[in-house]
Design a protein. Structure first.
Ligand SMILES: Nc1ncnc2c1ncn2[C@@H]1O[C@H](COP(=O)(O)OP(=O)(O)OP(=O)(O)O)[C@@H](O)[C@H]1O
Ligand SMILES: [Mg+2]
Lengths: 299, 255
């Protein structure tokens, strides 16, 4: 028996006037998986997440979340879903604890379990000793952590994390990574968008690369790298004129290249044998695959 | 029509209650001081010229009239400004709608909460007027319900306006062109019978006028079956505005 995916979108289209933000998107996220959504700015990642909470309504297609039709039965899905939005929308009129208390009610945590749920969320956000601080008194990173604690106050089965680690210092980012690992270990399904390739590489079981409202590649990080960038990359450094020359030459020979900062990177270096120009050889990364797929440089 | 779940509505209201704990002193202060000022200014200022209106002591006339103004001011501005700020600047509503709460539940909760406040604070003018010699009839106990109903309608109106407004400055138009005229042409400070016919018609469709009439009948005595019409008028206004507010806010909140 195959269990129903936690999320499935079929032929989903979302337009904003003349702009098509999500363009016949097909996507399935199996239960218990950490799915990383990668894509350049404006690819439609946040719009896809808003479609899943019925905060945006699709023009075409079918969406199911946790076994419920969306938007028709979206409230039942949202009951078991936690959302950490890209844009901070913490309630600046409340304290940390009040925020969690209100959301524990909104998420229907039974009365007698609420205070334990709030304490747990405080621990997740590592804000136990700032519980009575006003939201406006928190640092940027603390706000981000509270946003995540708020999304987890009701121990959801599915969490949507829209660029959860933006603005976090490396240490807190590491902590968040272990938190996400922990969620997956508990069988929670995670859909996470990110601009940090390393993050997707580290955390995601499956990565979907999104561009112009569609999934253009799907697979485990290793498979994606192998398929779209090969095993090895040669990076040739030099002055701009030399780089242009290398680039033109490589293109003429049908090799795949990408600009990466002050270098030209030639992909699939393992297939070039002796022909390859001199340069630094390194293993291909998800970043190489991402750039090949979307044409965009990562920021 | 999707169901309004009490758990969702109460959840959203719990947020309002949480925040109100910080603001109640300021709110209470202004809702007591304002009617006092009106009573003193009009009661004594006009009272020196007019002692009686329609067989009622002028202080009693104004004291009962400004119950409606209190309900109006406690609701229409909260409906406009609070919902606009929470939607556009704080994005609070975005966070709430990601939880199992629908637009109609969110909007209803916000309006209900404002209406409850209006129901309580509309009593402030009566308390003040009592100090100036008003003796209320027992039917005064129904005044909070009238204030609630009026507040519900005007809160919904405010929420509707906040959904239509492009920027917060747009509220100035509504305040000058709608709120102030309704406030003045309501029979609060002077009877509408002295106004030109055209304006009297406006008064008849002014919900505030119906609120004023009901409150006077309840506080000063002389309630008749015909006054049921005022309740019906307020109900139509409240339900109509509520539905419009939900409809327009959904357009603003859901992409
Ligand atoms: N409410 C809206 N009205 C109009 N256009 C919108 C709206 N929301 C998103 N868009 C447009 O839809 C497209 C996809 O936006 P979306 O926010 O989903 O991208 P994203 O992949 O999340 O990008 P980023 O990485 O920058 O967060 C963009 O072109 C954006 O301008
Ligand atoms: Mg985004």
């Amino acid at each position: 028996m195959t269990a129903e995916p936690a999320i499935s979108l079929h032929g989903v289209v979302k337009r904003f006037g003349p702009l098509t933000a999500v363009d016949h998107l097909d996507l399935e996220v199996p239960a218990g998986v950490c799915f990383g959504l990668l894509g350049p700015n404006g690819a439609g990642k946040s719009t896809t997440m808003r479609l899943l909470t019925a905060q945006a309504l699709a023009d075409e297609g079918h969406i199911r979340v946790l076994g419920h039709d969306v938007p028709y039965d979206s409230k039942a899905a949202r009951l078991r879903m936690g959302v950490c939005p890209q844009q901070d929308n913490l309630d600046v009129e409340m304290s940390v604890r009040q925020t969690l208390a209100v959301f524990s009610r909104l998420y229907r945590v039974p009365r007698h379990e609420r205070s334990a749920a709030i304490d747990r969320a405080l621990q997740i956000a590592r804000l136990t000793d700032r519980a009575d601080a006003k939201v406006t008194e928190l640092s940027g990173g603390m706000r981000r952590r509270l946003l995540i604690g708020r999304a987890l106050v009701h121990t959801p089965d599915l969490v949507l994390l829209d660029e959860p680690t933006v603005g976090l210092d490396p240490q807190v980012r590491q902590e968040l990574w272990s938190l996400i690992d922990g969620l997956r270990a508990e069988g929670v399904t995670v859909l996470m968008s990110t601009h940090y390739i390393e993050e997707a590489e580290r955390l995601a079981d499956v990565v979907g690369v999104m561009a112009a409202g569609q999934i253009v590649a799907l697979g485990t990080p290793d498979d994606l790298v192998l398929e779209h960038a090969g095993r090895e990359v040669i990076e040739v450094y030099g002055p701009p004129a030399r780089l242009a020359e290398v680039d033109a030459d490589a293109t003429a020979r049908g090799w795949q290249t990408r600009r990466s900062g002050p270098a030209v990177a030639i992909l699939r270096a393992e297939t070039l044998d002796g022909d390859a120009p001199d340069g630094e050889r390194r293993a291909a990364t998800l970043e190489d695959a991402f750039v090949m797929l979307t044409g965009a440089e990562v920021d | 029509m999707r169901r309004l779940e009490p758990a969702a509505v109460l959840g959203v209201m719990s947020r309002d209650v949480t925040i109100f704990r910080k603001f109640w002193k300021a709110t209470t202060f202004s809702s007591v001081v304002e009617p006092t000022i009106y009573l003193i200014a009009f009661g004594f200022g006009f009272g020196a010229l007019v002692t009686e209106v329609g067989g009622v002591d002028y202080i009693e006339y104004v004291g009962t009239g400004i119950v409606a103004s209190a309900a109006l001011f406690a609701s229409v501005f909260a409906g406009m400004f609070n919902t606009f700020v929470r939607r556009e600047f704080q994005r609070t509503y975005d966070a709430i709608l990601a939880a199992p709460v629908n637009t109609e539940e969110l909007v209803t909760a916000e309006i209900l909460w404002i209406a409850c406040r209006a129901g309580v604070y509309c009593m402030a003018p009566l308390l003040v007027a009592t100090l100036f010699g008003l003796t209320p009839e027992w039917t005064t106990i129904f005044v909070p319900f009238v204030g609630f109903l009026t507040g519900f309608g005007f809160a919904s109106f405010g929420v509707l306006i906040s959904a239509l407004a492009k920027s917060i400055d747009n509220f100035n138009y509504v305040t000058s062109a709608v709120v102030t005229p309704l406030f003045l042409i309501s029979g609060t400070f002077f009877p509408i019978s002295g106004l030109p016919d055209g304006i009297q018609v406006i008064a008849q469709i002014n919900p505030l006028y119906h609120c004023v009439q009901l409150v006077r009948a309840l506080v000063l005595g002389g309630l008749e079956l015909a006054d049921a019409w005022h309740v019906v008028a307020l109900l139509i206004f409240a339900v109509g505005m509520w539905l419009l507010a939900i409809w327009r806010q959904r357009i603003r909140l859901i992409d």
